[in-house]
Design a protein around this ligand. Structure first.
Ligand code: AMP
Ligand code: FES
Ligand code: ZN
Ligand code: ZN
Length: 331
């Protein structure tokens, strides 16, 4: 197996490119795909200060590494979600990466800074954990970016993630979500600009980036995500990809090129009027609390969750995830 570019021994085959690559040229490919995403979607100015949301997983550490290497000024943001051992471990990976590269990392803890955690919020509200978790993360990304004066929030969403979300939105023909499913969302009404520079790279490619760069990351999936629809959509697309290499990229990138422009009128309409949350001052739609004031969804969530006694993560894990965790603990 030889590298397409230099003919030296290859370390990875990428069927969608119909080619193999050595470590050096795999990195070149990843860098170029990120530069293309940044350029095509006009994500950043060279002087921007970027807040990179890092989970301790391969994608967010890879995007931080690549943006730093490309010369951007970056600060990491890790949110401790209180998901037991999974959260402790993932925090360590984020901290180790930041320390090794000498990069600043902001750490925000749901439990210490807001008085609740994801398992407790899920139980207190009757929502699935991923919903309480996603809402909390988005709120904290926005607030830290606003308070710190960052130019954009960067996340590690990759091609597999975006294709799976697109698949879910298209199964429901959720046109409002489809209209907003873009690699770059401009700042609006007090919300910061949001960018996903990895949309042209698959998770296999970002994992390979981390391996050749010596970046340690948390391999386990979140124990509460087991069995969710997003993972099922990913598996379905992987089956299709196996049959026709490149199908996933052409599905998602074709959406961006040919379908998203048709929906752009709809996303402009969604730039609706925003109010200010009476509790935290964040911009919010017109959600009204029982006392008639406008309170954002995160503050309503946190009010409910803070009043609930702490719920251990095991209580919310699916049966199969609990069985796997018990098996691992037994060695
Ligand atoms: P997920 O929603 O878990 O698929 O993660 C998508 C992206 O959100 C990741 O690539 C990160 O950029 C960001 N992210 C996820 N979890 C955290 C976390 N605990 N703290 C900061 N950013 C996170
Ligand atoms: Fe959010 Fe698992 S990381 S629920
Ligand atoms: Zn090579
Ligand atoms: Zn609020």
């Amino acid at each position: 197996m030889k590298c397409r570019t230099c003919r030296n021994p290859a370390i990875i085959d990428l069927p969608r490119h119909n080619a193999n690559f050595c470590a050096e040229h795999l990195q070149q490919l990843c860098r170029r795909q990120v530069e293309k995403a940044i350029h095509d979607h006009r994500m950043f100015e060279p002087t921007d200060h970027l807040l990179v949301a890092v989970s301790g997983g391969k994608d967010s550490l890879a995007v931080w590494d690549i943006l730093h290497e490309l010369g951007y000024r970056t600060t990491g943001l890790y949110i401790a979600l209180g998901i037991g051992e999974y959260s402790h471990e993932s925090q360590t990976f984020a901290e180790d990466f930041a320390a090794r590269r000498g990069l600043p990392l902001v750490i925000e803890s749901l439990r210490d800074d807001h008085g609740f955690d994801v398992p407790t919020a899920a139980r207190a509200t009757g929502r699935v954990p991923c919903s309480a978790c996603g809402m909390s993360k988005r709120h904290i990304f926005d607030r830290v970016a606003r308070d710190g004066g960052y130019d954009a929030v960067v996340t590690g969403h990759n091609l597999d993630d975006e294709a799976a979300v697109l698949f879910g939105n298209a199964l429901r023909w959720d046109v409002e979500y489809l209209a907003r499913q873009l690699p770059l969302l401009p700042a609006r009404g007090g919300f910061p600009r949001k960018a996903k520079p990895l949309v042209r790279l698959t998770e296999r490619e970002t994992a390979a980036w981390c391996i050749v760069r010596g970046i340690d990351y948390i391999v386990d999936e979140c124990p509460m995500a087991a069995g969710n629809k997003h993972l099922a959509y990913k598996q379905a697309l992987n089956l299709i990809e196996e049959e026709s290499p490149g199908a996933k990229a052409s599905y998602y990138l074709g959406f961006l090129e040919r379908m998203a422009p048709l929906l752009s009128g709809l996303s402009a309409q969604q730039a609706d009027e925003l109010a200010s949350c009476a509790r935290c001052g964040s911009p919010t739609g017109a959600e009204t609390a029982t006392d008639g004031s406008t309170v954002c969804a995160f503050c309503r969530l946190s009010e409910k969750a803070r009043g609930h006694e702490p719920v251990p993560v095991e209580m919310l894990m699916s049966k199969s995830a609990r069985r796997a965790a018990a098996k691992e603990a037994r060695g």
